[in-house]
Ligand binder design. Structure first.
Ligand code: PLP
Ligand code: ZN
Length: 419
């Protein structure tokens, strides 16, 4: 059973049927999926969700598809970890890591949006999909398209990390590196979407695509035992995931599935690309575009499509925004790895670094529950740590050599338990 009731312009309210359109013909406002929430009451419940499959489609009643899921049957349901070691280091009472570095098959939060978009593309009759990407989206589109038997065109800026480039090429899409930044790539993809009959997942399928990001929030709630964290810190690139986590929380509250604890949501950006955080600090609704300069390439979007809605969600919830320098980002990546055994990419480092600053400034109280959204995997961005870690010792295969090494190290190594 589907509760979807078409698309609607977020600005002027005009209704549209479900198809590959993303902006309103009259006012150019973004379109959003409409649901019949009244019909969900009493039908979409904790029990109905818990009876679903062990992947992100357990939330399908709140997603914009009609038939069976066609993609992402092994995506989602990533770990939510209580981070007890980090709690001690940061001096906070209750801290969680929602870890999409472990999201199958390409290790980022993008599996969520792509699973929905590819299913929708097939439902709408497309045989070709594409995307404008900072790397992770291209990886995910290429993998899901390969599995679904669709043609894929993925467009990326020319200067991405090797792990992100190979992480798409292995799935055999057509990849094009654009000689510009992400905003140039995105502009080109809008023109391509107008001209070619392709499903560009984050352009003309954007209303459906973005809904998939709600599952990040649904999982946090379910995995906390149907409760919401009081504070959720989330990275912002184009501005999809943050407002959709918040929308997911509000849907669960409105359906009576979780109690309303007035959850607050916070945007994390790199200092070298912080248009949304800058607007939040300045008390402005409109985003001033920037030219990105940061190692956090997956979130380096200077002109975020949904930046306005990030500011709205942050304000409505009573949250805030914080940024992190490249040095703080790398330090946070290393801190998360050595305390919690989770290796994230710079987007996750940004989020943890911003969380730390929000705690230290008193914006997030130390005695309330906090969830840090980890959205991508460190194995794809080895460049950012390769010069930051001490190379291992190299010794002959003899116990004498090992003993000598240990004798030299005893005095310098900290005890393993200290963090
Ligand atoms: C895409 C991405 C984000 C967030 O992007 P939004 O466009 O704001 O949803 C965050 N982290 C990683 C690793 C990403 O790839
Ligand atoms: Zn409109």
């Amino acid at each position: 059973m589907s509760y979807v009731r078409g698309l609607k312009c977020r600005e002027c309210g005009q209704n549209y049927p479900e198809k590959g359109v993303h902006v309103c013909e009259t006012c150019f406002g973004p379109l959003e999926v409409q649901y019949d929430y009244a019909a969900m009451r009493g039908k979409v419940t904790r029990e109905s969700i818990e009876a679903g499959p062990r992947n992100l489609w357990r939330y399908r009643d709140l997603l914009p598809i009609h038939g069976e899921p066609k993609s992402g049957l092994h995506s989602g349901l990533t770990p939510l970890k209580r981070a007890r070691n980090l709690e001690k280091v940061l001096g906070v009472r209750e801290l969680y890591i929602k870890d999409d570095a472990a999201n199958y098959p390409t290790w980022s939060y993008k599996e969520r949006v792509v699973s929905v978009a590819i299913t929708k593309a097939i439902e709408l009759g497309y045989d070709t999909v594409g995307c404008a990407s900072t790397g992770n989206l291209a990886n995910s589109v290429a993998a899901h398209a390969a599995e679904a038997g669709l043609r894929a065109f993925v467009m990326i800026p020319h200067d991405l990390e090797q792990g992100k480039v190979l992480g798409s090429l292995i799935f055999n899409p057509t990849m094009v590196r654009i000689q510009g930044n992400y905003d140039d790539v995105n502009r080109l993809c809008s023109e391509i979407a107008d001209k070619y009959r392709w499903a560009i997942v984050n352009v003309n399928l954007r209303p459906f695509y973005t809904e998939g990001a709600k599952t990040f929030g649904f999982e946090i709630a379910e995995q906390m035992g149907w409760q919401l964290p009081k504070h959720t810190v989330c990275p912002t690139a184009g501005g999809t995931i943050l407002p959709k986590i918040y929308k997911g929380y509000r849907e669960l509250i409105d359906l009576g599935i979780v109690a309303d604890n007035q959850p607050r949501i916070y945007s994390a950006q790199a200092a070298g690309c912080n248009p949304v955080v800058e607007a939040i600090r300045a008390g402005r609704d409109l985003i001033k575009p920037q030219k990105p300069k940061t190692i956090a390439k997956s979130i380096a979007i200077g002109n975020p499509a949904d930046g306005f809605y990030v500011v709205q969600a942050v304000k409505e919830s009573g949250g805030w925004g914080e940024d992190a320098t490249d040095t703080e980002i790398v330090d946070a990546i290393k801190l998360l790895a050595r305390t919690e055994g989770t290796w994230t990419e710079p987007a996750g480092g940004t989020t943890l670094a911003a969380t730390i600053k929000l705690i230290e400034s008193g914006r997030i109280p130390r005695d309330e529950s906090i969830c840090v959204c980890i959205t991508g995997n460190g194995l794809k961005t080895v460049e950012v740590v390769v010069d930051q870690l001490e190379p291992p010792a190299s010794i002959p295969p003899s116990l004498e050599a090992f003993d000598a090494l240990m004798a030299g190290r005893e005095s310098v190594d900290p005890a393993p338990a200290s963090v």
